[in-house]
Design a protein around this ligand. Sequence first.
Ligand code: ADP
Length: 364
Amino acid sequence: MTICALLIEDNPGDARLIREVLREADAGHGAVELRHADHLTRGLEQLAGEGVDVVLLDLSLPDSQGLATFVAVRAAAPTVPVVVLSGLDDEGIAVRAVQEGAQDYLVKGKVDGGTILRSMRYAIERGRVEAARRDLERQRDEFFSSVSHDLRTPVAAIKAAIGVVLANEPAEMPSGLHRLLGNVDLAADELAGLIEDLLQIARLRAGRVEVWRSEVDLRDVISRAVRAIEPLLATRAQRLEMSLPEQRVEASVDAEKIGRVLRNLLGNPQKYGREGGKIGVILERQPDAVCISVTDDGPGIPPEEHDRIFERFYRVSESSSAGPMGSGLGLAIARGLVELQGGRLWVESARGAGSTFRFSLPIR
Ligand code: ADP
């Protein structure tokens, strides 16, 4: 298969050299068709047309310098792999380009045609694997989304039916049967919650969640979330302490979504925290942001898990086996909803030292 490579390089000597070493390495097999542009703008024009398999990119061009050159190429053709060509003096920037998603970098004058050819082939192959992975992820998201959608109606029907049965339960119903009916009711609630989580994460990933801002006092939003979780805290003899400022803390936020974030962050220590433990909620006002933290004195989370717990479906194995089943979606949803409002959510924790989940929201 012939590779169509676009060389974006302004130095005529370098361009000629690359063409020659590639021709030598190719030895008449016609494996590479080399196109050439000597300005970024011309390169981008060529990229806009079809057919370029890989870009060989010099970062220092008359109309663009450094990392910005790579960023522009990436933005114009996100799926075309890029191999950066650097001089000795800008190798550092080339490495950064690789960190930003370039497939490889080669130092000009230090590589022969065979190396360039191999680097381009690998880049194209890795690009293909990456595209296939993205496609699989998209299919998985669509599958979850459509299955969840289809499950909503039957679960709602079960919930409604069990409600009617419970409301009309005869007085002489045996206690065993009564308990089973209660279990069905709870299971229907759990299933409905899981389906809502799956739909929410699918909507977040597809960028289909809208933010409805209104001016609220954040102390009220927190108090409401705490009231919702209080009955559950009692089941594990946990105490909750709130520390809220005396003054109103006005912010323009989507209160419903912040409530959901808080219910997720409070639900976790309720599940994974210590029996009889303490959960703290603190609201602080900073000059241009508000910060809300939820602290517990539970088992803590080792640092190597701090990023992963925010991935969807990820659960820490130790806490999972001890506690009730969760979906591993709560923190992914919470982070998605906070970031949607321009905020940040992170964890501070160590094994055995409790956890603090903190999020900040800019005040507009
Ligand atoms: P879920 O609770 O449904 O499993 P989450 O996304 O809310 O999913 O949490 C991911 C994982 O992070 C949990 O499975 C648990 O292992 C860990 N985790 C979250 N919060 C805490 C906490 N406060 N203390 C200890 N572990 C926690």
